[in-house]
Design a protein around this ligand. Structure first.
Ligand SMILES: N[C@@H](CCC(=O)N[C@@H](CS)C(=O)NCC(=O)O)C(=O)O
Length: 294
């Protein structure tokens, strides 16, 4: 049932479920410390990637709304995720989920050969993946928040339409990539197709377990669509054999699952967005004032 009254719940600051298990096994000091918040989808992007790329890290839970000093030292606007690089003296730091993602991907490529991107020998495939990610950042993510924060019926209907169209836009880009990179003339062998599919992610049937950059970029919001948007807006993800297969592979992927909390944590943490409470966050304020996201 769609929730209609604001019960005043607030965001959580301790992981639950699978995510809590993962936190417990990442409490030891490492070269890299991930500053995270349990509910945050921007953090989840990076967290899934750490797991998948098999890069050692320590997980450190922070409250980004309280702006603790140690967070501000790694992330100037006090946004999570932040990344502290402890093996430099003095320590260095990075912020912005997409930047951190590319950084740890580079580390993985050079240290263990794992990657979320097609190889550099296929620049066109890499560019298509980046087009998908650009769409996620400039359309899917903002439309998720606009929809969730919309209060009157008309804007909720429009918000739902816009979010739905944004998912369809992403699907078009995924299909285009598959067609132009994998299903090309003259290639019919399964082994050759599998090689071409490297780094293109779970949309491609050849990839059963190999996550790609677009999966980790979009996954956290698609996942929250299945619980938060469902609960507060009655939203259902588009249906279709291929789309269902993609989201099922993604949500059940071990690296993704290890960063997922129990559903109640998301429902509680997003109630403030669903009722568009004042000063919910920098993201919510940006949406309300029509500015780009921070
Ligand atoms: N562009 C940033 C956005 C990160 C972001 O907005 N994180 C939220 C939590 S989900 C936050 O830290 N909010 C704190 C605030 O609004 O002050 C990124 O991609 O890392």
């Amino acid at each position: 049932m769609v929730s209609k009254t604001d019960s005043g719940k607030t965001y959580r600051n301790e992981c639950t479920g699978h995510a809590l298990e993962t936190v417990k096994s990442h409490t030891e000091d490492q070269d890299l410390t991930l500053f995270g918040s349990c509910f945050c989808p921007f953090v989840q992007r990076v967290w899934v990637s750490f797991e998948y790329l098999q890069i050692q890290y320590k997980y450190y839970e922070v409250d980004p709304y309280k702006k603790p000093k140690d967070l501000l030292e790694v992330s100037p606007k006090g946004l999570v995720p932040g990344l502290k690089l402890n093996n430099f003296h003095p320590p260095r730091a990075l912020n912005e989920s997409t930047v951190i993602l590319e950084y740890i991907n580079d580390l993985a490529v050079t240290s263990n050969g794992r990657s979320l991107l097609p190889p550099t020998t296929n620049p066109y495939a890499r560019a298509l993946v980046r087009l998908q990610c650009d769409h996620v950042n400039r359309s899917l993510v903002p439309s998720f928040y606009r929809y969730l924060q919309a209060q009157d019926q008309d804007s909720q209907i429009n918000g739902g339409k816009e979010f739905h169209e944004s998912i369809e836009g992403l699907v078009e880009l995924l299909e285009r990539t598959e067609k132009e990179v994998v299903r090309i003339d003259g290639v019919s062998g399964a082994g050759e197709r599998k090689a071409l599919a490297v780094g293109l992610g779970l949309w491609i049937p050849e990839n059963e377990e190999d996550l790609g950059l677009v999966d980790v970029m979009a996954g956290p919001w698609l996942y929250r669509a299945t619980n938060v948007l469902k609960q507060y807006r009655g939203f259902e993800l588009p249906r279709g054999e291929k789309f269902d297969r993609w989201t099922s592979k993604l949500f059940n992927h071990p690296s993704f699952k290890r960063t997922c909390n129990t559903e109640d944590l998301y429902l509680d943490s997003y109630e403030r967005y669903a009722f568009n409470r004042l000063n919910t966050s920098q993201v919510a304020n940006a949406v309300n004032s029509g500015r780009g996201l921070p």
